[in-house]
Design a protein around this ligand. Sequence first.
Ligand code: FUC
Length: 782
Amino acid sequence: MNYPIKLNLKPIYFVTLLFCSLGFGQEHILWYDQPASNWNEALPLGNGKIGVMVFGNPTNERIQLNDDSMWPGNDPDWIEPEGNKKDLEHIRHLLFEGNNKAADSLFVAKFSNKTIVRSHQTLGDLFIDYKHDNITDYRRELNIENATSQVSFKSNGYLITENILVSHPHKVIVIELATNAPEGINAKLKLSRPQDAGFETARSFTTENGLLLMQGEVTQREGKFNSQPKPITHGVKFETALKVINEKGTVLTTQDYIELKNVKKATLYIVNNSSYYFDDYKKQNQKDLKAIGSKSFDDIKKVHIKDYQEFYSRVKLQINQEDFSSIPTDQRIEAVKNGNIDTGLETLLFNYGRYLLISSSREGTNPANLQGLWNQHLKAPWNADYHANINLQMNYWLADVTGLGELNNPLFNYVDMLVENGKTTASKNFGCSGSFIPHATDLWGPTWLRAPTAYWGCSMGAGGWLMQHYWQHYRFTKDKNFLNKRVYPALHEVTKFYSDWIIEDPRDGILISAPSTSPENRFINEKGDQVATCLGSAMDQQVIHEVFENYLKTCEILNIDNDFVRKIKQQKSQLRPGFVLGDDGRILEWDRPYEEPEPGHRHMSHLYGFHPGNIVTKENAPELFNAVRKTLDYRLENGGAGPGWSRAWLINCSARLQDAEMAHEHIQFLFKKSIGKNLFDLHPPFQIDGNFGYTAGVAEMLLQSQEENVIRILPALPKAWKDGSVSGLKGRGGLTFDIVWSNSQLDKVTITSKFNHQFKLIYKDTVKNLHLKKGETFIVEL
Ligand code: FUC
């Protein structure tokens, strides 16, 4: 194949125009012909901080409300457990003696605060009791291109519409109810919040100026610390304020609800602020309402769409196929479960991941938790917290590659706090300098270990893994200021920790992490015990190697050279390799080959350096590349990829293996096993990581830039994606790509480079060396 290369110094416009036409193959709408019958069918909207789940019920509408700061309070007594350096040494000796079981127990006894119940919580609900009947022509939709939702139906032959959006610029949930019925809309509006173990958590009342307010405080009366009941009676305080502006009819306020009588149109404005963000959160509500004034739904919508699309329209994916978009989304999912291939639905799910990130992670908000910010519980599964042994990281895999780089900021701000808090845990518990970050934490960012067993909670790699995001964001942006001000300070602390943490393996003198686990997995040791801790798990070794390597690269770019840098260089060269092959050609998960009680385990932690890391590639490590495949095959033969997030990880791994059909097979499985009617990823239950991981996986199938100065175009294009195009994907090094293909062959790539950049462009067997100048747009055509 020959590449005609055309060099154009001027920006190219026609390709952009090509992608602007919203045509067949693009998908931005989820729609249904019946209301949600449960929360997992309701549709999410959000502005990063507050959000809703819309049920679309024409008689008793429920709009479940969310705020990312709804957490029970931080108790000053919840501190590091008593374990110290001496205990650590004791555990290490137990491991040297082969007594992993005792090491597991002592690790938990001394260093873990065991089961914690302190959960992100629902903000409550807006209930709208209507008097509609004889419902016909029902439709409920979420338009993710505009981030708006509409419910419409006829009641006794008259049209009723409910339009909803959650605006970032106006910090408000706006709902517009309208009808052409002569008697208008009659409804009662109520705000409420579930009780906590029989105690009220909020109070609703109306005010003289016609507002409906809900004021409350987050508690967790069935809280737990150290596996013991620990009622939490204080927490984040909040106020939700609802204001109504009506056309025709009347709006009555009674003691604790608002009544609409014969109203033709009602606009509901809901603002919510909390003590987490503002000392005077009630005043902030007044300010927010004042700023909104009497702006119409359409006024707010105009500004909202512009703000939202600034992010959303950066990437466009089109896969041409028969158009199924006139079929309700739940029926399309059902058809895929029955073997249909619906690339439009695959595109929709790709777009949905971008939609969900824009809606749950914006400048100044908390990062997306296990449920983004959408949560109807007081005690959510896994506390809807921040799990950092895959989940939190997966939430952000898509950010840079889909052009949403600045949405990483909530993650970086949060992790910077963890780095700060982790200094105490590092020194108090482990006698190490630097900072330690555990596998799970919450809004307050405590960095002590939790979980009642070593295999769940005692992983050491979370901090290093989070550092990968800092470094990779630098690789995408080449932002030296970010490298200097954000990457270096955080990475320096985490590097210091690992530098102090590693020890010589008495068996061969090489440097290992100890005690060390492979997240959430166990092995059977020589004594026949099912245990978790070992001397240098594959993942810990890979993570530490990566941290050291990225630290050294950072220092080189920033011209930092000192004794510590030299020490890290030395230690890096003495680390036990993270990739060691067993006799059967698979990558060992622990320090030695052991029997595995759960060979189909959902985590593939020992492949960390392959994905999301980047040190194993077909060219530079073909033997390891094959070993990755064998390792994955074995996991899958034994039932692997249980939860949705695990399947999403597999899609990413398949893309990295450049196995397009394998990737697509797992996409099909994801739809069959792990996607709810509202397209939420299901662990089960709902866990948002799989949504984000899926979008990242699709991007990986179309473009890869993880290798140093190498770009792979369409590295894993499945047969089912025969014709299509994608625009706006980002490659490391400040590159933006528009790619067009047909008949499963690349037609054209348009590359825009932000910097002078030299790299190899690889498509199938063809390799081209390119040198792009700053600001240049380059076209490669077939
Ligand atoms: C990890 C996973 C679980 C779950 C939890 C929130 O620990 O192993 O499957 O997703 O996070």
